[in-house]
Design a protein around this ligand. Sequence first.
Ligand code: NIG
Ligand code: FE
Length: 422
Amino acid sequence: MSILIKNIKKLVQVEDEPKPLVKGKEMAELQSIDDAWLFIIEDKIADFGTMVSLDKAHLQSNDEKPEVIDATGRMVFPSFVDSHTHLVYPASREIEYVDKIKGLSYEEIARRGGGILNTARRMKEISEEELYRSAMQRLKEIMAYGTGAVEIKSGYGLSTESELKMLRVIKQLKQNSPLTIKANFLGAHAVPSEYKGRQTEYVDLVVNEMLPRVAEEGLADFVDVFCDKGFFTVMDTERILEAGQKYGLRGKIHANELACSGGIQTGVKYNALSVDHLEYTGDEEIGALLNSETMPTILPGAAFFLGMVYAPARKMIDAGLPVAMASDFNPGSAPSGNMQFVLSMSSIAYRLLPEEGVNATTINTAYAMGLSKELGSIARGKKANVFITKAIPTLEFMPYAFGSNKVETVILNGLVTDPEKF
Ligand code: NIG
Ligand code: FE
């Protein structure tokens, strides 16, 4: 199977020599080709160039004839990579959201047994089949918005059985969805009500019982901790990251969403692949991240939905750091997995240039999932996960026209994919 997309108005984010991530000033660089073609063989990007070079190009594949798509007036982007979601959940929480409108904070709602604990209660009741069905529906939705890879966390189970149930659902999604999926074990998302006042004992359970079971069944690619005020401490986090290392699970942690929690420094100390949220990031945190291998990841949807301060993305980039941006799709703080909206927010709320926003939502999030060799840009040999836009005037239109779906055709694993048909 091969596909030739021709007459592409702009082929965005092409790389001749793929980089693992982009940081600092490089974030404003985005190589693109006007009036381009893209050739896909099987599930890989085979070649690309300008239309004037098409006649001379040797489009060799085993097929007699590739499927030809004429993209006149349309652009082609690498699919978005969403490196932080909690999209396996039993039910939405719009009633709590009304409490929020009335003035309760995220922490107050959590203290009253709402929030994550509310979802954890319902997780116990729901069947694995129903959990799978509703999550698959969400995957279809994000596919239609241009996402090609997604990380999904557990963390609404908070008991060994329920955590395993969530992770088994994620495993099934990995097997049956055309999206590239990574699983992240977030046993330490909140202290369950049965362990109220006994947080250390709950961390014991995570470390001594849950993690070994998760590792034994090969259910997780990463380990996560909600390291923040009112949730897990630096010491809890260190214990869990150390235990994760024994099982070969790298950390990707929630840090500094509610306060200067020390989470960023802890993540760096344990060589976490990413630290996420980062609303409370000062000079010390930026200093710790510089010269680390940890990707600072900002979640605009959560900050927007909860009415929080925005992480200092501009300052971080100007200091030379890379920045990634993901959706945080979850029922409590970000009930949307639309990465086009995240791209718009990168400009509207964080003052990133369109080029920086595209890098933040593709190559840098691919790095934050350990996938930047395979995804996150248009490069020869990378996986053919791309989308063709509707007819749009400019690249800048993508972040600017917030709220509408600008994606027309989704290509995943080298196949034109109708999100509704999975
Ligand atoms: O990333 N901050 C912690 N966890 C989630 C929220 C989960 C929830 O409220 O259900 C987040 O925002
Ligand atoms: Fe999260």
